[in-house]
Design a protein around this ligand. Structure first.
Ligand code: NAD
Length: 788
């Protein structure tokens, strides 16, 4: 080895501490005791708890544990401020956001040091990543505020937003929440995590300094109970939550039926896939960032290494060597790689998980090296010899622990990558761009990084699939999460369906042969599992026909058939359009017969409804190849392709009225975007949909893409909501059963739309556009680096 190489090997680091003086002076100036920031004023500290420096165990300050009354006061202030704030021009709001960005930059070092002291993350990260990204978010959203009316012409802000954030990126998560909310014209109550309230309180001072109108931003500190008071508060119009999947599910259950907007950014167990043709040294460096950034306490941490078998040994050997050079220690030291874990309780949790994983057969490698004598530290660890079922592979560890597995083929890599309830992020390393771009769309995750990792930018949406939550932060998608259609406030209650008293009639009275409509599952007509039928009556109570009474088993079969048809999502958009056009054509061909059937069931003239149904199919055929993504230009040497992807299998329960249009208006956007559907037609008048089987069969719809189960809407909706094979569920029905659907859907956090007893006039042409398209899709951002 030459001398220079030798020096590099043995080079020891001297201490390079960042000075905490200013941060300490700031804490002292507040007597190390804080109240809330409500209505532009500081409240007196109430019952407090300690916020500790995890690197030393020392208490930094006493923080007030917010009560229900505190939350109430904050909601009142935010409500009072909403009118004025939302009435400001976008330019005026943008100027405030711009001033906040400037102020954050001016005090960047104070924010960074305070963040590191409160959270334990290396100063290198808070200084170079967290705080610059905070400023970037406010700058970016200053622009959105000004261009809002042009870009979202029919949208209005929700009103008062309750925002609850975790401790791993305290100020950055605040920025992700507050910047878009304010840009859209909302006012907010933000609760920081109990471990890390300090930078949020310093941020409140920034709001004061820039003269933000009082009540626009309210910071209420506290523990889980304070969060509960926010999510349950009736005066809050939207909840935005970032945190664990368990708490996210609890919040979904509490908000079900309330009509509150909801976005959930939850946990992850993200795969880091290395193909044999990867630039291995770069992939190792990427992996160091993926899993040991912020001590692994990162929702999108690349915590599952999947490495191709042919390079596994070489890769693991190199990785272990690199791990030997990682330095664990004082987070205020600028040359430290791994800082302190957030709290002793988190260290204990991780140790317990490790014990369980080891008992199940895992082998653990830890590098040598010194650990600080005090404080909350853990060594980086590499876990091997694990199967997909091992606790350490399946559970989100949220610490510096990497689990490694190997794969042989790209198909196996995709299978392993998707073998998780989460879907937040993924990384793919390969020098073969064709392979990387083939893998990225197959991974069920909201973000995919190619030959890079942990890239974030305000212009690029971030958020999860599956149990990693829904909604996006950043970019256009993030803006739309803080806006709602202006017309929603004018919706009236839906009239109760008219159910006529049945008259005794003989099916043969019609003069036709006896007709019994069956289910339509997997491209075939099948009898109901129950062996029961449901009678269909006209408004006078006369029998019009009979359909099968679907049950749990029929839904299961239909979902299975739909899952087998998931290839529909990768069918070319042009082909999906052709099939929808063909459906329209074949329905139009039989319009008289369908109009008669509508009249027979509802007594209403069906001519217009059939014409509208044909037009709606035509409209969404037209959308199939147009509602697509964007390419973002983040300030890095990369582009991010925002790809619009279908949710997966969708359950759709049609409204009781408009027996044909009610179903067509909902399934057409879902199908256009590539979702196979399980449709439950109107319970009162299902014959318009059971008559569609022949239309479907003659229109080249692949089997399993449209499945139809007739029966009681509420009980079938419940079964769909409970089913983990259903990814999205739309339900048109009364308020009580809508709440049930939202609550039961927490099992796999399926995305829901419910009509909550309101009348959505599906004949209105506003439903011909992006309202349902947006709800049938989710955006995946694929980051692609460039540069020679
Ligand atoms: P957590 O769910 O325990 O707490 C998050 C926040 O919710 C805290 O402010 C907490 O006080 C509050 N809270 C707790 N119980 C509540 C309740 N019943 N109702 C309302 N609020 C309640 O999560 P954490 O331990 O602070 O953070 C770690 C988790 O956050 C990990 O699962 C991580 O993956 C996730 N996370 C996700 C993202 C993302 O963007 N998807 C980003 C960062 C962290």
């Amino acid at each position: 080895m030459n001398k220079i190489a030798q020096i590099f090997q043995s080079l020891d680091y001297g201490p390079a501490p960042e000075g905490p003086d200013q941060a300490i002076a700031w804490l002292d100036a507040h007597d190390r005791k804080f109240g809330h920031f409500i209505d532009g004023k500081w409240t007196k500290p109430g019952k407090t708890f300690s916020s500790d420096n995890p690197a030393t165990g020392e208490s930094l300050a006493q923080i007030t544990d917010g009560t229900a009354e505190d939350v109430n006061a904050a909601v009142k202030a935010a409500r009072a401020a909403f009118k004025g704030w939302s009435a400001l021009s976008g330019y005026e709001r943008g100027k405030y956001l711009y001033a906040i960005a400037r102020a954050v930059q001016k005090h960047a070092r104070l924010f960074a040091v305070l963040e590191t002291m409160d959270n334990g993350k290396p100063i290198r990260e808070s200084r170079d990543i967290d705080i610059p990204l905070v400023a970037r978010h406010f700058y970016h959203h200053a622009g959105w505020a000004q261009h809002l009316n042009r870009e979202f012409p029919d949208a209005v802000p929700y009103g008062v937003c309750g925002q609850i954030i975790p401790w791993n990126f305290p100020l950055l998560m605040l920025a992700w929440k507050i910047a878009p909310a304010l840009a859209a014209g909302n006012t907010v109550i933000l609760k920081p995590a109990e471990f890390t309230s300090l930078t949020a309180l310093l941020f409140a001072e920034i709001c004061e300094r820039v003269g933000l109108p009082k009540g626009v931003v309210n910071i209420v500190t506290g523990e889980g109970g304070t969060g509960q008071a926010i999510t349950a508060h009736e005066g809050i119009d939207k909840i935005a939550f970032t945190g664990s999947t368990d708490v996210g599910k609890a919040i979904r259950a509490v908000t079900a039926g309330s009509g509150k907007g909801l976005s959930l950014e939850l946990g992850g167990k993200s795969p880091y896939i290395v193909f044999e043709d990867a630039d291995i040294d770069s992939a190792i460096e990427g992996l160091i960032d993926a899993i040991w950034f912020n001590q692994g306490q990162v929702c999108c941490a690349g915590s599952r290494l999947l490495v191709q078998e042919s390079i596994e040994e070489r890769f693991i050997t190199k990785l272990k060597k690199r791990m030997q050079t990682l330095r664990v220690g004082d987070p205020l030291d600028k040359s430290i790689d791994i800082g302190a874990m957030i709290a002793p309780i988190q260290v204990e949790r991780i140790k317990d998980l490790m014990k369980r994983g080891i008992a199940e057969g895992a082998e653990v490698y830890e590098p040598d090296g010194q650990m600080p004598a005090r404080g909350c530290f853990l060594k980086p660890a590499l876990v091997t010899n694990v199967s997909p079922a091992n606790t350490l592979v399946a559970e989100e560890i949220f610490g510096p622990i990497l689990v490694a597995m190997s794969f042989r083929t790209p198909e196996e890599a995709v299978q392993l990558a998707n073998n998780t309830k989460y879907g937040l992020a993924a990384t793919v390393w390969s020098e073969n761009i064709n392979l990387a771009l083939d893998i990225a769309p197959q991974i069920k995750a909201g973000v995919v990084w190619i030959n890079g990792t942990n890239n974030f930018d305000a212009a690029v949406g971030f958020g999860g699939y599956k149990e990693s939550g829904y909604g996006r932060e950043g970019g256009r998608e993030g803006m739309s999460a803080y806006l709602k259609p202006a017309w929603e406030k004018d919706l009236k209650p839906a009239p109760a369906p008219k159910i006529a008293a049945a008259k005794a009639t003989n099916p043969l009275d019609s003069g036709h042969l006896d007709q019994t409509a069956k289910m339509y599952i997997g491209g075939k007509q099948s009898r109901p599992d129950s062996g029961y039928s449901r009678a269909v009556y006209d408004p006078s109570g006369k029998l019009v026909g009979e359909v099968g009474d679907g049950n749990r088993k029929d839904i299961r079969n239909a979902v299975e058939a739909a899952r087998a048809a998931l290839g529909w999502s990768t069918t070319a958009a042009h082909s999906r359009a052709q099939i929808l056009y063909f459906l329209a054509e074949n329905l139009d061909y039989r319009r008289d017969e369908f109009a008669d059937r509508i009249k027979a069931q509802t007594g209403e003239n069906g001519v217009e409804e059939v014409a509208l149904s044909v037009e709606r199919l035509f409209a969404f055929a037209g959308w199939a190849d147009k509602y697509d993504g964007a390419v973002h230009n983040p300030p890095l040497r990369a582009v991010a392709a925002a790809m619009v992807e279908p949710l997966g299998v969708m359950g759709i329960v049609a409204p009781p009225s408009r027996p044909l249009l009610g179903s067509i208006a909902l399934i057409a956007p879902a199908l256009a975007m590539g979702n196979p559907v399980v449709l439950v037609p109107s319970a009162q008048s299902p014959l318009s949909v059971t008559d569609l089987y022949q239309v479907i069969e003659t229109s080249d719809v692949p089997k399993g893409v449209i499945n139809i189960v007739t029966g009681d809407s509420v009980s079938l909706a419940k079964t769909l909501a409970e089913h983990d094979g259903v990814d999205g569920l739309w339900y048109a029905g009364d308020a009580e059963s809508s709440a049930m659907v939202e609550k039961v859907s927490i099992t796999n956090l399926k995305q829901t739309w419910t009509s909550r007893g309101l009348y959505y006039d599906l004949a209105d042409r506003r439903f011909e556009g992006d309202y349902f398209l947006a709800k049938a899709t989710q955006v995946k951002n694929v980051w692609i680096p460039y540069g020679a």
